[in-house]
Each structure stands twice: as C-alpha cells, then as structure tokens.
Write a protein that binds this ligand. Structure first.
Ligand code: IPM
Ligand code: MG
Length: 398
C-alpha cells in the first residue's frame, strides 16, 4: 500500500520537475521590459475583486480619472473594467481566474486590482488557487515591490519580494503521501533569483539607495535559500557602490521593530513567503495593511494592488463604505510611475501623505466613527487640485 503511494508521489514529483525545468527555459527567453512610453495607447484594467475590493477600486478609478483626464481625453490612456474576478464566479467556474476573465486581462497593459478572496483548505468552499498567485504566475509578475514609509521614524523601505517561486509556486501541488504524511515543495531557480535580486539592485542604483539587504533562512533552508543568497552575493559584486548584507528572516523581523536599527535598512530582497510576512509587518508600522500598495511587475505586464485581503466582515457588517482606499490609491501611484506618468504620480503621492499623515482633515477608522471612502477620495482630489500642493507638502515635511 505505502509502496503504491510512494510511486504516485514520485510520479507527481517528476511532473513538477518537468514543469519547473520548462519554466526556466521560458525565463531565459525573456527579452527585457516593455516600454510604455512608446505605446500609442495604454489600457489600464480595473478589477474590483471581492469584499471591500469593488468599493476601494471605484474610489481609485475616480482619482485616476481626474488625474489622467488629459491623456484620457486624448485617447492615450483607456480604462477597461474587467468583471468576473469574484469568488462566486471563480467557484462557479472552478477556476482560479476564469478563462474569459483571463482573456480580458491579457488585453490590458497594466492592471489595478482589488483584493480577491482566497479559500483555505478546510473552508466550506472549493479549495481553488489564490487569484493573486495565479495572476502573478499567468503574467510572470516576478517582482513584488512594496514600499513602506514612516517619515517621522525615518523609515523609508522598499521590499522586493520574489513573486513567482519559493514556497508559493507549488503551494497547491503538495502531496498527501499517506493519511499521515503531507509534503509541500519550495522551488528557487537561479534565473528566478537573479531577476528579482537584479531588480532590487537596479532600483537601489537608480534611486540613489546605498544598501541592499538580502533576507533568507539559508542556515536552515540550505538548498533553496542557499541558492538565493549565493546568487545575491554574485550580483552584488556588479554593484560595488551599493553595500549588500544578509540577514535571516527571524532576526530581520526583530530588527524591523527595533527603533535603534530599523531606519538603517533601505532596499530588501527576499524569497516569496518571507516577503509576504515581512511586508505585512512593515505596513503595520506605517499605519496598517490598509495603507500599503504593492506592484507586481513582469517584463510584459504589471499588476498593482493593495497588500491586504478582501475584508468580507466589513461588507457583512455594512462597513464597506468606511474601508480605507489609500492602499489601492497608493498602488495607483506605483502604476503611474510604472507607465511613465511621473509628475502625476508625484502629485498623488504628496496628496496621499498630506491627507493620511499630516493634515488629516478626514480620518478613516473603518467604521462610522470616521470618514467614508467617498469623503476621503474627495479630500485627496481637493488636495491635489490645490495649486500650492508642493509648497504645502514642503511645509508639512520640513
Ligand atoms: C499578499 C497576499 C497574498 C499572498 C494572498 C492573498 C495569497 O497576502 O499579496 O501578500 O500571500 O501573496
Ligand atoms: Mg500578504
């Protein structure tokens, strides 16, 4: 009996190895990043998602429509609302991203996405794959870039989380070898590690950052994390002006909340799961996951999202209109930067900081003790439209 189970597991493992080796060949064929600035028209997909997703996506679209009014009217940009990436539709079709939704997403150059619900094994829903994870994989969005800023504590971090490999890529392909033995897999490739680590160093170089910190658990997870670290050490040699150090994930988590050390960190790069955990922790220091935006970048596509989940409880309790849209609007800033609208990105970033961290004329509390998201986005727009935006920002940040 056990022998059969072992044979089945071996066969399953062999399939995984073939798929992974084929994926490596595809990465090798990649020809570099598309150039959005030379595109006659950029299509921005808007995906609501589940729970509070459609609410905060609407608000973000409202903000972007105002900021991009000119290129929209000139036909240089178009919005395309893509429906159907909801847990109900996904469960009905039994697909993580239903085929017709995926086909529509493929027509977009960049995607702005609200959070989508991910069923857990054991939930009373079919155990379909996370739409995030599928989308990252379908479009090969290997770089998950998550900035966290707390100016008063001198915190200015950018996390580069590997997004297509690690603990996640085979997350739904583990094996229950017997009733008692469960095995999951973690995969890291030289090519996959190289592209994310290089992205981190390139970012550091372009943005005049002096240090890149590599986060692994290479003392215990020796093979995969060991490879990640080794690749990082090799790439670091190509950037002699940038210091490179490495930390284990446990002590890194401690240092991020150590007031005497944390502002020393600048750019951090790490395998998938560590990045998932560390970025939630970091976002909490900034004011909660509701404040953090996230870019998922590949060479041909990019997707921008909030880092939090769909908060179905807020919808059930009638509180969706109090959900904080800042996370997705911040993702919108990253999208504007990515497609080359730098001035617009900068203005929106300043307005977000003025409204959320300095002036705070309206504050969101997630319930009726605070502003609604409609009020809040109007506040952001009013702040952007104020002709003295930059001067006011300087006043606040001086
Ligand atoms: C994130 C989220 C996702 C992840 C979930 C929803 C699958 O937590 O983007 O950090 O783990 O990557
Ligand atoms: Mg997460």
């Amino acid at each position: 009996m056990n022998n059969n189970r072992i044979e089945d597991a071996k066969e399953h493992f062999a399939q995984i190895l073939k798929t992974e080796l084929a994926r490596i060949e595809k990465i090798k064929e990649d020809k570099g990043f598309v150039d959005y600035t030379s595109m006659p028209k950029i299509t921005i997909g808007i995906v609501g998602g589940d729970g509070i997703g459609p609410f905060i996506a609407d608000q973000t679209q409202k903000v972007l429509e105002k900021i991009l009014a000119e290129p929209l009217s000139q036909g240089k940009i178009e919005f395309k609302v893509v429906e159907g990436l909801t847990i109900e539709n996904r469960v009905a079709k039994m697909q993580s991203i239903p085929d017709d939704v995926l086909a529509e997403l493929k027509q977009c150059h960049v995607i702005l996405k609200g959070p989508t619900t991910t069923p857990r094994k054991g939930d009373d829903m079919p155990n379909i794959e996370s739409a995030n994870v599928s989308m990252r994989r379908a479009f090969d969005l290997f770089a998950n870039v998550r900035p966290v800023k707390v100016p008063e504590d001198n915190i200015d971090w950018v996390f580069f989380r590997e997004n297509t490999e690690g603990e996640y890529i085979l997350g739904s392909q583990g094996i229950d070898v017997t009733d008692d033995l469960a095995i999951d897999f973690k995969a890291i490739t030289s090519q996959g590690a190289e592209r994310i680590i290089r992205a981190a160093f390139e970012y550091a170089q372009k943005n005049n950052r002096k240090r890149v910190t590599v986060v692994t658990k290479a003392n215990v997870i020796k093979t995969t994390d060991g490879k990640f670290l080794k690749v990082a050490q090799e790439i670091a040699k190509e950037y002699p002006d940038i210091a490179c150090d490495d930390w284990y994930i446990d002590i890194m988590a401690a240092k991020l909340i150590d007031p005497s050390r944390r502002s020393d960190f600048e750019v951090m790069v790490m395998p998938n799961l560590y990045g998932d955990i560390l970025t939630d922790q970091a976002a909490q220091l900034q004011g909660g996951v509701g404040t953090a935006g996230s870019a998922n970048i590949g060479t041909k596509h990019a997707m921008f999202e909030a880092i939090h989940g769909s908060a179905p409880r807020m919808v059930d309790e009638g509180r969706a209109k109090y959900a904080d849209p800042s996370s997705l609007i911040r993702a919108g800033v990253m999208m504007l930067e990515h497609i080359g609208y730098l001035k617009e990105a900068r203005n929106l970033q300043m307005a977000l900081e003025i409204c959320g961290q300095y002036e705070k004329k309206y504050v969101l509390t997630g319930r009726n003790t605070g502003a609604t998201n409609d009020q809040y986005t109007d506040y952001i727009l009013e702040t952007i439209n104020n002709p003295s935006l930059a001067a006011r920002y300087q006043e606040f940040t001086r």
